[in-house]
Design a protein around this ligand. Structure first.
Ligand code: T5A
Length: 209
């Protein structure tokens, strides 16, 4: 349908998404594919404002439902104004998180109902999906200790470990049922993780591009 392709990197905090994205960028450059990067929540001026609101700690309690709606408001702005126009003209898009994050964090972590998530996704996204998702799987305590090493924790990162265990369980459950999601063991050392990503990308590219 689109001449560009949409590759998404997903995973818990500290899973190594940023460096995984660099591996994808060099792979696309070597293969002569023009690309842009996006992040969620965020990626447009309005969506970046929503990101600040949803990630920063504030005095007012943010309900799980409002959190979910803000993720989708940000996502639909990004898809409509940035992702689809680029895919249409043949530019590839590398997404730092996308809809799977809502399924895992708000569905698994926050325990919002599957019915609410499915209804919202169908209404807002229709059948728009990434071509490939690399899910960086990591034990929450390892990811969080890496994230802590980077500095102050944001509102969501301050959740207790059981929140991230539920989030991870939902990621794994969905990844098992969807063959456009490839799970990468993110607990290995960086060079092993990067080599695994590269192997998966090469196989996928050979079959789908
Ligand atoms: N969210 C988002 C929702 O709840 N619902 C949604 O729908 C969406 C879209 C977004 C937050 O919003 C939530 C999820 C998040 O809580 P974010 O900034 O996009 O926040 O995401 P974070 O996960 O917080 O980003 P991080 O920067 O923490 O994660 P990364 O990018 O995975 O981690 P990275 O690459 O910076 O690595 C962290 C540290 O670990 C080291 C790195 O050098 C770095 O110091 N590291 C390794 N160390 C050892 N071995 C390895 N293999 C390593 N890989 C990386």
């Amino acid at each position: 349908m689109y001449s560009g392709k949409f590759i998404v990197v997903e995973g818990l905090e500290g899973a190594g998404k940023s460096s995984a994205i660099k591996v994808i960028e060099s792979f696309l450059t070597r293969n002569g594919k023009p690309f842009i990067n996006t992040r969620e929540p965020g990626g447009t001026p309005l969506a970046e404002k929503l990101r600040e609101l949803v990630i920063q700690t504030s005095e007012e309690f943010l309900t799980s439902e409002a959190e979910l709606m803000m993720m989708y408001a940000s996502r639909v702005q990004l898809i409509h104004n940035v992702i689809k126009p680029h895919l249409e003209k043949g530019t590839w898009v590398i997404g730092d998180r996308h809809d799977l994050s809502s399924q895992a964090y708000q569905g698994g972590g926050r325990q919002l109902s599957t019915q609410l998530l499915q209804t919202l996704r169908a209404a807002v996204l229709g059948d728009f999906r990434p071509d490939l998702t690399l899910y960086m799987d990591i034990e929450p305590s390892i990811g969080l200790s890496r994230a802590r090493g980077r500095g102050e924790l944001d509102r969501i990162e301050q959740e207790d470990v059981s929140f991230f265990e539920r989030t991870r369980a939902r990621y794994l459950e969905i990844a098992k049922q969807d063959d456009s999601i490839i799970t990468i063991n993110a607990e290995h050392d960086m060079s092993t993780v990067h080599q695994n990503i590269l192997n998966q990308l090469e196989q996928w590219f050979e079959h789908k591009c």
